[in-house]
Design a protein around this ligand. Sequence first.
Ligand SMILES: *[C@@H]1O[C@H](CO)[C@@H](O)[C@H](O)[C@H]1NC(C)=O
Ligand SMILES: *[C@@H]1O[C@H](CO)[C@@H](O)[C@H](O)[C@H]1NC(C)=O
Ligand SMILES: *[C@@H]1O[C@H](CO)[C@@H](O)[C@H](O)[C@H]1NC(C)=O
Length: 487
Amino acid sequence: MTMSGGLALCCAALLLSITSAACAIPRLNSINDLKKVNFGQAVPKHSLVLLHWFANIIDIDNNDVIRLNFDPNLGTYGSHHYGNYERMLNPLPPGYRYYTLGNVNQGQSDLPDYVLNPPDGAFRGRNRDRIIFRMREHDTGWQNDETADEVYITQHYENSYEGTRYDPAHTYQITINLLREIRQFSAEDNQSNSLTELREAFGSNIDDSQLRSLKITWRELACLGLLLYMVLEEKYQRHNKPPPAAKRNVQPHCVVDIPENRENHRDVLKSWRQSHGGGGIQLEVTTESKGKAGILWRGVPKHRLKEGAMVVLYKDNNAQEAMYSHVITSDSGQVNTSVALNVGLQARLHKTKRKFCFWTVPAEEICRGEEIRNPEKVRIHGYDASLQLFVKDGKACARLFVNRAFENWKTEFKTSWVGFYANSNKSTEEYDWWQWQWATKFKPASIPHDHYHDVYEYHSSMPIAPEVQARFILRDEIVLAQTPSWS
Ligand SMILES: *[C@@H]1O[C@H](CO)[C@@H](O)[C@H](O)[C@H]1NC(C)=O
Ligand SMILES: *[C@@H]1O[C@H](CO)[C@@H](O)[C@H](O)[C@H]1NC(C)=O
Ligand SMILES: *[C@@H]1O[C@H](CO)[C@@H](O)[C@H](O)[C@H]1NC(C)=O
């Protein structure tokens, strides 16, 4: 081949890859998206293990910034600069570099054993899979707070004649949302309980005996085992199955409060700690007089106060618009808002900035608390029905869940009623004045729920307050259910 011929070929190839490759990398935004990837065939299963490990060594703050906690320039975890010379990924903005990691030969000394040698042999790799991330460069070298904003999984070509290039056809971008979902399957704490919680939260069909065998194989990594099971074994079971909770006949604990279409599972699990980036700061929505929301904060560091900080109330974890804000000057305290309590309300801590020189408004978020929730529903003793206390616009309300098989419930509950009580010490006849309703007069509720129950609601005019509870009275003094007290 002549020199100029070779050059021309090379340019053509370059042009092609510029126009075709970079924007074609698929984005995976959820565990359901992961199920679409052909793991075990075109893509090594080991890359799932590598991704799980990576998602759990980084930190993600509330502004979706990834903190790496290691210096990729030092070769940790087999990491090194990736030049993107084939233009597999998008051209870099100024000040950014791509890095790759996951070479198990080079990373042997710092990758954990389960990545080097997964307990289930089917997940051992042939050292082809890698993680690529995009990191912001500092002029001043390693800062110990290096941040990344894009993450990919990729792999070397199977055939050695492709050299050490990565295969763009099997490269996927991993969104922050997916990283957050995977982090819920973390191995770090003792998760005997949360395996079943994860099963519920992510709608897996795995049964108890399969869970037990996962625990035997994966031990303290059983949550990872569950993730792998879901991605590999439940590929074809998306969206078209009965609700897992009802099928398995366990009480779905928070089904009613989670809109079905919410893609982001981060609210579902208590085990998802909001402390990421919060550094021990506590934020809570409290119940104040007349059913109004308060905000309680604790442990705000001095430097935060000095920079300027404010507590801000939001409708829920997805909300962007503040309902109330208050500049704080002490590390802990409490403030009453004029916002009526509703489920979902969430307090967040923000930095402040000045607008028009005199007006203080929220700036970057520092951390957030948990959404407020209704207490769990309780079984109406002896019947296939349950009672739940909930709050609506600051007022105490109750819901009846009636199993559809319990067809004659209106006859059975003909003289039954639900009363609201200031606290659990009140006797049955000490319900709040006029705060009660016949069970049969509850109105059908329009909340998402399963196929197995009908749901009815009653909205009282009693302001919700700490200790308030609802009770189901069959007739006379026969109390068949008492909800947990509002807290
Ligand atoms: C996890 O729980 C088991 C028993 O439930 C216990 O033996 C083990 O030490 C615990 N592990 C950790 C890391 O707490
Ligand atoms: C908020 O309201 C409660 C009553 O619900 C009251 O005891 C408390 O002092 C109020 N806090 C402030 C800061 O005004
Ligand atoms: C209920 O009664 C118990 C014992 O009689 C008492 O300790 C508790 O403070 C009471 N709770 C309320 C909310 O009055």
